[in-house]
Design a protein around this ligand. Structure first.
Ligand code: ATP
Length: 248
């Protein structure tokens, strides 16, 4: 479903993402982990078609995101790490707006937005202004809106930030069900390793722009000799910094 082939992103002399090759099959929930500044957001923006790779190719369902950006975007739902909403709209108006961007008519969009707003616990608030919403409610609205056009690939940067335990459980359940029943492929970045461990079929760890581990949580544990231990141990082993010489 998602293919990254030797994807590199350079800013001047600095290489933010270095020769990343990944393949996500249909219906997989894939976790993208790495320390701050490792290259997760940069990679996800390249998948979403917001920035261009310096080298390499990204294909979504066989469509090259640089050569055929509109066709690729039709298949993708992207939630950035800091989503922006139009706060003077209501959730229904916002969903109409997003659906319109994807070419959906109001007749197609309204039943779908009603269903998704209810699913994300916003049914009662559908006519309130977004500016009155808490951070978690805004997060849930973004998730509802990104599913309107029935994307086949969902790319989510830090989906759990700001969600309370009930909201986090709801989102995990929706992602699991969508992957299993609708074949939605999900790539999510997170610093919450318990979420990755619980939710993801496979994951990759990126460090200083390079992939340093790819596999199921169990495979990564075996590869790092961390069987039976928390994913934190795997993460720390894969992203170990070289020893810094003590000051003289
Ligand atoms: P975090 O976990 O902190 O969100 P991340 O893994 O998402 O980190 P990125 O945002 O992808 O990291 O950034 C990777 C590196 O690329 C960082 O060193 C960042 O400073 C650099 N970078 C990102 N965007 C640009 C840009 N437009 N120009 C120059 N450098 C950039």
């Amino acid at each position: 479903m998602l293919h990254l082939d030797h994807v590199t992103k350079r800013y001047g002399a600095f290489t933010a993402v270095n020769d990343v090759t990944l393949h996500l099959p249909v219906g997989q929930i894939f976790g993208f982990l790495g320390p701050n500044g490792a290259g997760k957001t940069t990679t996800m923006k390249m998948i979403a078609g917001l920035i261009r790779p310096t080298e390499g190719h990204v294909r979504v369902d066989g469509i090259d995101v640089v050569r055929d950006p509109l066709a690729a975007k039709r298949c993708i739902g992207y939630v950035p790490d800091r989503p922006s909403l139009y706060e003077r709209l209501t959730p229904v108006e916002y969903c109409d707006f997003v659906a319109g961007l994807y070419g959906m008519t109001e007749a197609e969009a309204r039943p779908r937005s009603t269903e998704l707003l209810a699913l994300f616990g916003l049914g009662e608030h559908r006519s309130a202004l977004i500016e009155s919403f808490s951070h978690g409610m805004k997060q849930r609205l973004v998730m509802a809106s990104v599913l309107l056009h029935r994307p086949r690939l969902l790319v989510v940067d830090e989906p759990m930030v700001g969600l309370d335990p009930r909201g986090a459980r709801l989102l995990k359940d929706v992602l699991r069900r969508s992957a299993r029943e609708d074949g939605l492929t999900v790539m999510l970045s997170t610093h919450t390793l318990e979420v990755a461990d619980e939710l993801c079929d496979r994951m990759a760890v990126i460090h200083r722009g390079r992939l340093v581990g790819v596999g199921s949580p169990a495979e990564l544990r075996t590869a790092t000799g961390a069987e039976g231990q928390k994913l934190e141990e795997v993460f720390l082993a894969l992203t170990e910094e070289e020893a810094v010489a003590p000051p003289r």
